[in-house]
Ligand binder design. Structure first.
Ligand SMILES: [Zn+2]
Length: 358
């Protein structure tokens, strides 16, 4: 067991070293002075330098040129685009205020994406404390929304630092967010209504006025009935719900599936557990393609997380190696971001241990 881990680790670092050497060669073939300098600043060295630099980094926000991270191979290394930015700082108020301070006008949108990553570990409005620190590697997508490649939160409530990395696992239809040990950040419903989705964008506990769980997914994705039951109605209140289906499960719980593109069952139909009943859409009161899934028992709204139970995926050993390779640059950038935060000793130690070679 230990032998296999050591083996994996040495494979990982051998591969890293190869890729860094290749990066250096690539960059040396280019005339740019900056890139020549960059060639000597390898990713692994960046991580190792983090502690030294922490004493001198004062800027809370860095627009980082990442020419040094151009991948030398078609491996799934996503970092080489210069639009990635690093923000790192101490949590000095709410998450939104903190990120406004670090990322200006993009702070609010960044805070909502960031909080989605950590909501599984913390109550983001109650559990952040003065002196906590965060770092985020992000960019702005064409639609103006932020995408987070890597994030770290040093939390006194959690007693340590949690890091997350966005990566598309082999065979997955979408990138997801992972911890470096290969566990997925967000749990998944056991036998939920949808398996192919980009992200859970709303939980029951987020807003009292919103009674369901939202799954961001492209139009046309399969929706299944998680339990056997009977379709009670469809397409009521089209203006709000768009195409919609309601199923009464055999235990009496009423399930609603809203904003569909296509209904494949009609009122009165029996459905079995796992039967495809619809395709997702963006109909009714909906601003982006998603599935709204809601459960009611009488007048009470149930949390699908509790009703169905959850499971958390983990990568196998080979995939963990691939993950770590793919996100190595982001990991180093996160280290820079954390170095820019105040009160760093504990965090830097954590990061160094995480990237230690022996
Ligand atoms: Zn919803």
């Amino acid at each position: 067991m230990l032998g296999s881990r050591v083996n994996k680790t040495s494979i990982l670092y051998s591969a890293l070293a190869c890729s860094l050497v290749l990066n250096g060669v690539l960059l040396l073939n280019d005339d740019s002075t900056d890139e020549l300098q960059a060639a000597s600043r390898t990713t692994a060295m960046q991580a190792a330098e983090t502690a030294e630099r922490s004493a001198t980094v004062h800027s809370a926000v860095d627009d980082v040129a990442v020419a040094e991270t151009i991948p030398a191979e078609p491996a799934p290394r996503a970092v080489s685009r210069p639009e990635w930015k690093i923000a790192g700082g101490e949590v000095n108020h709410s998450l939104a205020r903190t990120l406004q301070g670090l990322a200006g006008d993009d702070g609010d949108a960044l805070a909502s994406v960031f909080s989605r990553l950590f909501v599984w570990n913390l109550n983001m409005t109650r559990d952040l404390q003065a002196g906590d620190a965060l770092a985020v590697v992000w960019r702005k997508l064409a639609d103006g929304l932020p995408e987070i490649a890597a994030a770290a939160l040093q939390s006194s409530k959690l007693g340590g630092t949690v890091t997350t990395f966005r990566w598309q696992a082999p065979g997955d239809p979408f990138p997801s967010n992972w911890h470096l040990d290969g566990t997925e950040v967000a749990p998944r419903l056991k036998k939920g209504p949808i398996t192919d989705y980009e992200q859970i964008t709303s939980l029951l506990k987020d807003r009292p006025s919103h009674k369901g769980m939202d799954f961001k997914t492209p139009v046309g994705t399969k929706v299944t009935s998680p339990r056997a039951g009977k379709v009670t109605r469809s397409n009521w209140n089209w203006r709000a719900n768009g195409n919609c289906i309601e199923v009464r499960y055999d235990d009496g719980v009423l399930a609603k599936f809203l904003h569909l593109n296509e209904n494949l069952v009609k009122a009165g139909d029996r459905v079995s557990a796992g039967q495809v009943i619809a395709r997702t859409g963006n109909t009714g009161h909906s601003t982006a393609p998603h599935l709204h899934y809601q459960l009611d028992r009488g007048t009470k709204t149930l949390d699908p997380l509790d009703y169905h139970g959850t499971t958390r995926r983990s990568l196998d050993d080979d995939q963990v190696v691939a993950l770590r390779l793919a996100v190595a640059d982001f990991e180093a950038m996160l280290g820079d971001g954390i170095a820019a935060a105040q009160r760093l000793a504990a965090v830097v130690q954590f990061d160094r241990r995480d990237t230690a070679r022996d």
